[in-house]
Ligand binder design. Structure first.
Ligand code: PLP
Length: 363
């Protein structure tokens, strides 16, 4: 790569490549989390997080990966006597439904084949007949490369004010268009190691007042992920338990860079990289796995139509300072994934394609 090839550049959908200046921000000397300096750091992050999610809602910081926020959302926002509807069309949306079940919630599933989206009409039909405390979906399904039509789901859900809308934007945030308030999303989560382009270990969630009011009616919210406890500390620019301070320093820096680039520009760059990748891959002879019209801007999943040896490909690529990702779960080897999220630029992809073509030529 153009940068020193002291490590393979990650074209995998998490953890993604992290720029050296962000890595360095983590090495800032520690501060106590009950200090004034920490409250300042917390308070400084808040408006930047809100701008980046396009929301006036509070944004909580979690000392966990995204999975922790799934648990927080399912556990706090669904009453025992009520149900949650999960829209499932891939490994991550499936797993969130598992998390709800593991927390003892009554789960209903509306699903689609992997690679397909869940059509808004289907959601509309089910909501006409059934009542749910919440509807949960993955905006960008990282296992299949499908970007689900969240704005259309939102429009339907606006007719059901008692049903909370929960969105996993882990691999979409700061890459795909995301308008929390305009779309009326009650809880939206992301974790740091995807399109945010930080090291793993921290997650964020926007939480609406309506969601907090619901949490107040839910028994057994647990301890570590009790939203009411998190809110109490949030009011004082703090967290109930020790937060990942090093990652917060990195986020402080990265949010400045994201907002300086501008959300629209960032989204345009992701769209451009996705188009580049789709065009290149199809010319090379692969087919897109995602349903037409729903292709993700942050990663592209190709069907391995030429049956290349993906392990050998990655060995070849690693020798040249980069790697991509195999397919996820049941579509391992029959698909492969190229992430183009975070701070990756079109020129990085051009280098990848050059090496990929060299591999195809010699195999
Ligand atoms: C990676 C990913 C997750 C899981 O998040 P962790 O941060 O690994 O817990 C959840 N949802 C989506 C869409 C993801 O891509």
């Amino acid at each position: 790569m153009t940068q020193p090839a002291d490590h393979p550049y990650l074209f995998i959908p998490g953890p993604v490549e992290v720029r050296p200046e962000i890595l360095k921000a983590q090495a800032t000397p520690m501060i106590g989390h009950r200090s004034a300096a920490f409250a300042e750091l917390y308070a400084r992050l808040q408006p930047k997080l809100q701008r980046s999610f396009r929301t006036q809602n509070r944004v909580y910081i979690f000392a966990s990966s995204g999975t922790g926020v799934w648990e927080a959302a399912s556990r706090n926002l669904v009453r025992d006597e009520a149900r949650i509807l999960h829209l499932c069309n891939g490994a991550f949306s499936d797993r969130w439904a598992e998390v709800s079940k593991a927390n003892g919630k009554q789960v209903e599933i509306l699903d689609a084949e992997w690679g397909q989206t869940i059509l808004p009409e289907k959601l509309e039909t089910i909501l006409r007949h059934e009542t749910y405390d919440a509807v949960a979906c993955a905006y960008n399904e990282t296992s299949t490369g499908v970007l689900n039509p969240v704005p259309e789901y939102a429009e339907i859900l606006s007719n059901y004010p008692d049903t909370l809308f929960l969105v996993d934007a882990v691999s979409a945030y700061a890459g795909a268009p995301l308008h929390i308030d305009e779309w009326g999303i009650d809880l939206c989560l992301t974790s740091t190691q995807k399109a945010f382009a930080l090291p793993p270990g921290m997650a964020f969630a926007t939480v609406s007042q309506k969601a907090l009011d619901r949490a107040a009616t839910v028994a057994n919210r647990g301890y570590y992920f009790d939203l009411l406890s998190i809110e109490k500390y949030h009011q004082r620019n703090n967290t109930p338990a020790t937060p990942p301070i090093a990652l917060m320093f990195a986020a402080d820096r990265q949010l400045d860079d994201i907002l300086t680039e501008g959300l629209e520009n960032r989204e345009a760059r992701h769209k451009e990289m996705a188009e580049l990748t789709r065009t290149w891959g199809q010319q090379a002879g692969f087919e897109l796995f995602a349903q037409k019209g729903y292709e993700s801007p942050t990663l592209t999943v190709f069907s391995n139509t030429m049956e290349i040896d993906i392990k050998a490909l990655n060995t070849f690529l690693r020798e040249r300072g980069m790697e991509i990702a195999n397919g996820y779960g049941k579509i391992k080897n029959t698909t492969f994934r190229i992430a183009h999220m975070g701070d990756t630029q079109p020129h990085h992809l051009q280098e990848l394609f050059g090496n990929f073509v060299a591999f195809l030529a010699q195999s």
